[in-house]
Design a binder for this molecule. Structure first.
Ligand SMILES: Cc1cc2nc3c(=O)[nH]c(=O)nc-3n(C[C@H](O)[C@H](O)[C@H](O)COP(=O)(O)OP(=O)(O)OC[C@H]3O[C@@H](n4cnc5c(N)ncnc54)[C@H](O)[C@@H]3O)c2cc1C
Length: 807
């Protein structure tokens, strides 16, 4: 039983590290002063106090690069603003390249920085030696120089955040219980209870323990991380200009100047998780015993690159823990299943540099109901329950840790913790050459290697799958292909209130009668696209919803948060119960007709209709939809019947030239057809009107979430529009985030791109200012350092009259 309430607040933040401090600061900035911050020990006594304080803006994501830029800009001005010194060192950073692939990676990031406002210069060995005279430049091709990077003192930074906040700070106040009454949360602490409307779990590596008090799991696991600090080095004594922070990605370590010495931190192989059975009570302001054996190899490599490091004495070794997530990015946003309960934790050795920007977006999410930029890459809903097992977490986090400085290629799929979720066809398709990738834990075929090794070989240019994917695309467009789409998120929504709920959430009109399907977006009040799914009406008050695998929890949580409280709607996630086999291509009807007695003619089974059919004795729900823009059918079936159904289709398809195809072919085909993909071409940052989806918005159907904003935008006119560009390629395509130049100036970035194998063109989608979005406009897209001539074209490039789709 939780004792009597002693403190009331609008927001209670649990955790007084850099994340909790930044959040409190930003809530104050947004005008919320009724905030309490509870810290079990002293401020910064978790992971924050011992951090090395490095702040780089180099990142593989455009949105995160902008977030990091906002952190760095804040740290540079925070002292003047709060009067509390933060010890910001704007020393810049250099990152070394010794291979051509690494140069490609730098080229891609440099271009992204151009749009994100983060200057990145690629400098040669001579300039590198000027910037960092301690480096032996042997074998170095170039370096990426980020002049606006730096480092900060983490404890001072946290104090500055707190100094600049109106929050009440409760030190030595552990939260030991979490309960909810009708309107608010009640946090038990040893002496009293804090009652708050909104709770934020900013408890760092303790965040899973705090989450468990509220009855949920979070995918965070603590890992150890070392750095060493040396004695003074002669060359650095009296040096006027501080050395830039150096990162040597090939040998996996960072180096920064610390007084007249160096601070060197390795991201070693075989990293070690910590406290898997629970963090020991009383672990505050403490370090872990160092394990020099584990890091000596990396330190030796550092000594080769920086000879002065090899000979100087080491005066301090720090080994501290921090909470890691399966992808090394923090968890942010409302926790599904808990009302008004947010998380901001799991910073994976990057909390100091992320805290400023992440705190701002987290505060916006709380105060305004959404962050001002798309934070999907940090959204806690990107993981489900599957990601919370210790074995999975340790495997994934170890991989992320070891690969901190690895080259991150486009379309890369990493092996750790896999396979996790497989459907019954997994081995069968693998035997047929399937190369798998994973989404939301599910294994999905990416492409089929028909001869040669069935594995990905990555490149910033084209991967080894390029030709095989081209063959799959051509087969789908001319004959018929079969794709296992079991990973689709699937929900059932039923009850007397189901129609009313969907009417309120969907921007499109609902399917008017059973057996009809509608494609719809669900918008935020701002009009931004929150979800993109198909809604099938099975009966008057029974619906079947299908969405992307990646958004299984995200979309579920969005709908769940809007359920009426009177119990008139039941929402069920049935993803794991049903398999989906997709037939696509001009001969798909012919194929399906051989295994069912039902009439599949165009008249009997038109586009966007659903029918319950018996296929070879198996009950299936067949949806006539297509994400490739061909005649096609999705066969939703009980998972246990999947092998039988697959064999049946395979046999029936053989005389028709049926091929297996994978998600990479799907991607190429949907680009040709200009079908949007949520998360890249569509997100909460853009409205359906900007995304060119106005045909799916029914202003005349009555009110729905986002309607007012969309009406306003329609009256005022959109300022940007998703345009399709054809790029004059030279062996490399745009993948995402490449800058688009209009009259020589960067004006946008690529949302998604790739090669259209059937239209034989390199395709890129980008949100362009309307004055540049007209077909025929000549622009440039920078790919790997080269500005490629590009033309805005009328979309889609393939079958613009939908003749094939509707055939
Ligand atoms: C050796 C090392 C070097 C690092 N170097 C860098 C770097 O150079 N750059 C960088 O960006 N990042 C770096 N990091 C990472 C960075 O330190 C962390 O990501 C960051 O400090 C995390 O901040 P936080 O606020 O999320 O967590 P923490 O600082 O751990 O704060 C969480 C707080 O919650 C409190 N708490 C927990 N449970 C409860 C409860 N039940 N009730 C009340 N309070 C509770 C804890 O006491 C703690 O103070 C480094 C990490 C390590 C280990």
């Amino acid at each position: 039983m939780i004792p009597k309430v002693a403190t009331e607040a609008k927001v209670a933040i649990i955790g007084g590290g850099v994340a909790g401090g930044s959040l409190a600061y930003h809530l104050t900035k947004l005008g919320w002063r009724d905030v309490v911050l509870l810290e079990q020990d002293e401020l910064t006594s978790g992971s924050t106090w011992h951090a090395a304080g490095l702040c780089t803006q180099f990142n593989s994501s455009y949105n995160l690069m902008r977030l990091l830029r906002s952190s760095v800009e804040l740290y540079a001005r925070l002292e003047a603003e709060t009067g509390q010194a933060v010890d910001w060192h704007p020393c810049g950073s250099v990152r070394l390249a010794t291979t051509a692939d690494r140069l490609d990676e730098f080229g891609h990031r440099r271009a992204m920085g151009e749009v994100a406002g983060v200057p990145i210069e690629i400098v040669g060995p001579e300039r590198l030696a000027e910037l960092h005279p301690l480096v032996d430049t042997t074998g170095i091709l170039a370096a990426a120089y980020l002049p606006t990077d730096g480092h900060v003192d983490p404890a001072s930074l946290t104090r500055a955040f707190v100094a600049g906040t109106g929050a009440e700070i409760m030190r030595r106040t552990p939260v030991t219980g979490i309960e909810r009454d009708r309107a608010a949360w009640r946090l038990a602490t040893p002496g009293s209870t804090v009652r708050a409307e909104i709770v934020v779990n900013a408890a760092g590596q303790w965040a899973p323990e705090v989450a468990r008090l509220a009855g949920v799991d979070l995918p965070i696991v603590p890992f150890e991380h070392h750095y060493v600090v040396t004695d003074a080095i002669g060359e650095l004594q009296g040096r006027e200009r501080e050395l830039p922070v150096l990162r040597d990605p090939d040998d996996s370590y960072y180096v920064r100047q610390e007084g007249a010495g160096l601070l060197v931190g390795p991201f070693e192989r075989g990293p070690r998780p910590w406290a898997l059975d629970g963090i020991p009570p009383g672990f505050h302001a403490r370090l872990l015993p160092p394990d020099l054996d584990r890091i000596e190899g990396v330190l030796a490599a550092a000594g080769t690159r920086i000879p002065a490091f090899a000979t100087v004495g080491i005066k301090q070794i720090v080994n501290g823990p921090d909470g890691y997530t399966p992808d090394g990015r923090c968890l942010m946003g409302p926790v599904p299943g808990l009302e008004n309960f947010h998380v901001l934790a799991g910073f994976s050795i990057f909390g100091i540099v992320f805290a400023g920007g992440a705190g701002r977006y987290a505060a916006e999410w709380i105060v305004e109901g959404q962050p001002s930029d798309n934070m999907w890459e940090l959204d806690v809903r990107r993981f489900g329950e599957y990601a919370c097992s210790t074995a999975y977490l340790v495997a994934r986090a170890s991989e992320v840790y070891e690969r901190e400085y690895a080259i991150h290629y486009p379309e890369e799929e990493l092996p750790a913790g896999r396979p996790l979720k497989t459907d019954p066809l997994y081995d069968r398709l693998a035997a047929r050459g399937a190369v798998y990738g994973a989404r939301f834990g599910w294994e999905r075929p990416l492409w089929f290697a028909r001869d040669g090794a069935a594995r990905d070989e990555y490149s910033f240019r084209r991967g080894n799958w390029f030709d095989a994917v081209g063959d799959e695309c051509r087969a789908v467009r001319t004959r018929v292909g079969l794709l296992d789409q079991t990973s689709f998120a699937k929900y059932r929504l039923s009850g007397p209130g189901a129609e009313g709920l969907l009417e309120r959430l969907c921007a499109n009109a609902l399917p008017p009668e059973p057996g009809r399907i509608a494609l719809t977006q669900m918008c935020r009040p701002s009009g931004g696209i929150e979800c993109d799914l198909t809604v099938t009406r099975l009966e008057q008050d029974r619906f079947y919803l299908v969405s992307a695998a990646a958004t299984e929890l995200h979309d579920y949580a969005w709908i769940e948060a809007h359920l009426p409280r009177d119990g008139s709607v039941v929402l069920e996630n049935v993803t794991d119960r049903y398999g989906v086999l997709t037939l696509a291509g001009p001969r798909s009807r012919e194929l399906l007709q051989t295994v069912t007695d039902s009439d599949l003619s165009r008249e009997a089974f038109p586009f966007f209709r659903a029918r319950e059919l018996t296929v070879g004795g198996i009950d299936t729900l067949v949806l006539r939809v297509s994400y490739v823009g061909e005649l096609g059918f999705e066969l939703h079936h009980p998972l246990e019947h999947q092998p039988a159904l697959y064999e049946l289709l395979l046999e029936a398809g053989e005389p028709l030239g049926l091929v297996d195809f994978g998600y990479r072919a799907l991607e190429s085909l949907r680009l040709e057809k200009a079908y949007r993909l949520w998360g890249v071409d569509m997100s909460a940052d853009y409205t359906p009107l900007e995304a060119g989806l106005e045909r799916f918005v029914r202003f005349d159907k009555g009110d729905f979430v986002g309607r007012d904003a969309l009406v306003r935008q329609r009256e005022e006119g959109v300022r940007q529009r998703l345009a399709c560009l054809v790029v004059e390629e030279d062996g490399a395509d745009a993948h995402g985030y490449e800058p688009v130049f209009a009259e020589g100036r960067p004006t946008a970035y690529v949302a998604s791109g790739g090669y259209g194998h059937v239209v034989d063109a390199s395709i890129a989608f980008a949100y362009l200012p309307v004055e540049h979005a007209e077909p025929g406009t000549e622009l440039e897209v920078e790919i790997l350092g080269e500005r490629r001539p590009s033309t805005v074209v009328t979309q889609p490039l393939y079958d613009p009259r939908n003749e094939r789709l509707l055939s």
